[in-house]
Design a protein around this ligand. Structure first.
Ligand code: SAH
Length: 398
């Protein structure tokens, strides 16, 4: 088994949500939306209730989409009242819905404090994928990404992350029964879910918002909440090595690595984080992440095709050599332009040639279809509204 990468705590910037019940004179309600099962149990215990109630409450919130404690009919009247007094189930407000000609839907959600984020639903024949944001803006400054241009404001709370799935499920009219009894009488009601996959590929770097992302992901895979399999939940990262080790221990879901280059020289120019975490160490960390498990979760290498930058046949051969013995598939992403972007996408002929080289070398390689272009919903085009605090990572100096 490869050795575990060293963990640097300072890399895991966190603004974790703690259950705070009373602050000073002004009682502040605790938002239960972002609590996974252990956190909800702890909260109920703290207020003197039986922890087993947590499963009931979790089901009401996430399976039935309830935001009112009065609707929780199998919870005692006294507990419902108590919860209404001290807690709430609150999601950011949807302020704009846009639907592209290919059915891709984008929602703009307004957060407390004047920022907003974007969430995208991509329907396909056999599945529906929700692309979720993890931060307001992004601190990584990848040169080909529109979110980077917005700067960085803050981490999303676990409630704000899971709220994107909670809200999208409702907006898509998933057939969720109104009551638990109805589900028992007609279980078919429960089975049609429009969202079968979740990818953390929206705004932000998920592994720099570790605790909140992990808590939200726990809800995504919990059978009492959304029940998605680990294969169908993907965390996409530019490669924060210390967080990968923790991730393996805390929630080992599928991983997409935004590699985008076959060597450090090219990668440093387009993904500045590479100066801190170079390719060799990064791939070792990925090997560690997948050691002992090849079936439960998937490993995807993301590679954005930038004309004249990383798309030569030489680059393709180099990439094939670099990834040797890694159990991964490769996604080639045509570059999606945005205003003032400095790059041009490789021509389709060039992308196909690149793909053929990788396929001949034995890699499952796909060219990602660009979806939702007419509403700026494609990869790297999400912008939202970010009050930039410019807390960018100075990756060159550390
Ligand atoms: N920070 C994470 C997740 C957000 S970006 C990460 O780096 O993986 C999600 C994916 O979109 C990444 O693979 C990213 O490199 C890609 N992407 C960003 N801008 C893009 C653009 N303009 N065109 C195509 N893909 C882009």
């Amino acid at each position: 088994m490869p050795e575990a990468p060293e963990l640097f705590e300072q890399d895991l910037q966190q603004e974790s949500e703690q259950p705070i019940i009373i602050t000073g004179k002004k009682p502040q309600k605790v938002n239960l939306l972002g609590m996974d099962l252990p956190h909800l149990k702890a909260f109920l215990t703290e207020i003197g209730e039986k922890p087993f109630r947590a499963v009931q409450v979790l089901k009401w919130i996430h399976q039935y989409g309830v935001d009112n404690f009065d609707d929780m009919t199998n919870v005692s009247q006294a507990l419902r009242q108590r919860l209404s007094d001290i807690a709430e189930i609150r999601a950011p407000e949807v302020v704009l819905e846009q639907k592209a000609s290919d059915g891709t839907t984008k929602w703009l959600m307004r957060l407390d404090g004047g920022n907003s984020i974007e969430t995208v639903f991509i329907p396909e024949e056999n599945r529906g994928t929700l692309c979720v944001s993890s931060q307001v803006g992004c601190a990584l400054d990848c040169s080909f990404c529109s979110t980077a241009r917005q700067g960085f404001n803050r981490n999303l709370s676990s409630a704000e992350i899971i709220a994107q799935l909670w809200t999208a499920s409702k907006m898509l009219n998933e057939r969720i029964p109104k009551t638990e009894q109805a589900a028992e009488i007609n279980p078919q009601n429960e089975t049609r879910r429009a969202i079968t996959n979740v990818v953390l590929m929206g705004m932000g770097e998920p592994l720099l918002n570790f605790d909140n992302v992990v808590q939200a992901v726990h809800l995504m895979v919990d059978d009492n909440a959304y029940g998605l399999s680990k294969r169908r939940v993907t965390i996409s990262t530019a490669g924060v090595i210390p967080a990968l080790k923790r991730l393996r221990e805390e929630c080992d879901v599928s991983l997409a690595l935004s590699l985008h280059a076959p060597n450090d020289a090219i990668r440093e120019k387009i993904v500045p984080l590479n100066k801190k975490y170079p390719i060799k160490e990064l791939l070792d960390a990925c090997r560690y992440y997948f050691s002992g498990d090849t079936k439960k979760k998937q490993f995807t290498i993301e590679y954005v095709m930038l004309a004249g930058i990383n798309d030569s046949t030489r680059n393709a051969h180099e990439l094939a050599r670099l990834l040797r013995k890694l159990p991964c598939k490769i996604n080639l992403i045509p570059f999606n332009p945005f205003p003032e972007s400095d790059y041009v996408s490789s021509r389709m002929q060039v992308i196909k040639q690149f793909r053929d080289i990788l396929q001949k070398a034995g890699y499952v390689t796909m060219i990602r279809k660009t979806r939702g272009e007419d509403i700026d919903a494609a990869c790297g085009q999400l912008a939202g509204k970010v009050k930039d605090k410019s807390r960018r990572i100075n990756s060159g100096n550390s």
